[in-house]
Design a protein around this ligand. Structure first.
Ligand code: NDP
Length: 337
């Protein structure tokens, strides 16, 4: 059983030096337990936070422990009444290793006939749920409104952009680089922009002649700077993530803009609301699952996945994800079906 252990905490960007690949025996199971083999491991921006011991909404991974993550597994052996060998499951307790033991908690059965099983790590799972609740519950989209979203080729952003179109919004989607920008156009958004362009702020202003009604915040940084002056009165900002800052080691130098931000919130009567998906919306998962299954099967929401091979590639995969080098939902294939 190969296990990717957190060896030390990163400063700045994470990488393979922060991990150690160990080998242990395949664990034995007791009554009520299952042995799971990992087929796919999800890589997600939140993992950077779990590697750090800075205060957050979840406990950090301990040094010497297996790194946490969502996985799609095959049941190898079951002494649990609800599962049998061969079942496909989504697990949040196995993490970055080949095999794990489960008692059935935080375990969900998957139907491989419904969609490729790996979709449970993306559009049909946590990132899709995040997109859906943040946009629908906090963004409250109305037909004709302008919605702006960045990291828009990733699993959260791409889903936000496409749900926005289903709701009748004018969608301005932002990603890094020309290849990603062209992909956004293929999703049918109204305007696709590259945030690396020198005149990005001017391009965004030109793309939003009626201002911005909903800014779905995934990134922060320069994108937020360009968005702030364009926000309309009573605009909504679902504050989902700030990936541009996850590797920051200190507050940025330069002028303190707190007063500008607070004044804008005040005079434009903005709603800015942070949320942690499973803490805030656990009870609404069935509503999301039903809506998204229908949209995906009808082709109204498309999904792009990038699969890298081998557990040993996961640390560099995570580094690249935070740097925008992924193209679509980043998943590691850990073992065969
Ligand atoms: P993505 O696959 O979209 O990966 C992150 C992307 O962020 C990169 O590919 C890159 O895309 C973009 N990015 C990185 N740095 C910058 C930068 N400086 N400026 C602009 N864009 C940047 O990730 P997810 O879809 O999984 O997650 C998106 C966001 O949602 C994250 O902030 C994540 O933390 C958050 N999240 C929050 C949850 C919650 O409960 N609140 C739950 C799940 C996710 P590009 O190359 O296009 O710039």
């Amino acid at each position: 059983n190969r296990q990717m252990i957190l060896a030390n905490r990163p400063s700045g960007a994470p990488g393979k030096d922060n991990f150690e690949l160990k080998t242990s025996d395949i664990p034995a199971i007791k009554d009520g337990q299952l042995l799971l083999r990992t087929v796919y491991l999800s890589l997600d921006p939140y993992m950077r936070g779990r590697m750090s011991d800075a205060e957050s909404y979840a406990e950090p991974v301990g040094l010497g422990e297996v790194m946490v993550g969502g996985t799609v597994n095959r049941v190898v052996e079951s002494k649990h009444p609800d599962y049998q060998a061969g079942d496909w499951v989504l697990s949040y307790t196995v993490g970055w290793q080949d095999y794990g033991v489960s008692d059935g908690s935080m375990l969900f059965k998957l139907d491989p006939e419904l969609a490729p099983v790996s979709y449970a790590l993306g559009v049909l799972g946590m990132p899709g749920f995040t997109a859906y609740m943040g946009l629908m519950d906090i963004g409250k989209p109305k037909a004709g409104e302008t919605l702006v979203v960045a990291a828009a080729t990733g699993p959260v952003g791409a889903t936000v952009a496409q749900i926005g179109k289903i709701q009748g919004c004018r969608v301005v989607a932002i990603a890094g680089g020309e290849q990603k920008r062209q992909h956004l156009e293929s999703l049918g958004v109204d305007v696709a922009l590259d945030h690396r362009a020198d005149d990005f702020a001017a391009q965004l202003a030109a793309a939003c002649p009626q201002g911005i009604d909903i800014y779905y915040e995934n990134v922060g940084g320069k994108v937020f700077d360009a968005v702030l002056p364009l926000l309309n009165t009573a605009a909504r900002i679902p504050l989902c993530g700030l990936v541009a800052h996850y590797n920051d080691q200190e507050l940025p130098l330069g002028q303190d803009r707190m007063a500008l931000l607070m004044t804008t919130i005040l005079i434009k009567c903005l709603t800015v609301r942070g949320f942690i998906i499973f803490d805030d919306y656990d009870d609404r998962y069935p509503e999301f699952a039903a809506a998204m299954a229908e949209w995906v099967s009808a082709g109204k929401v498309q999904y792009l996945e990038q699969v890298i091979d081998g557990l040993e590639q996961a640390p560099e995969g995570l580094r690249d994800l935070l740097d925008g080098k992924n193209f679509g939902k980043l998943v590691v294939r850990v073992g065969p079906d």
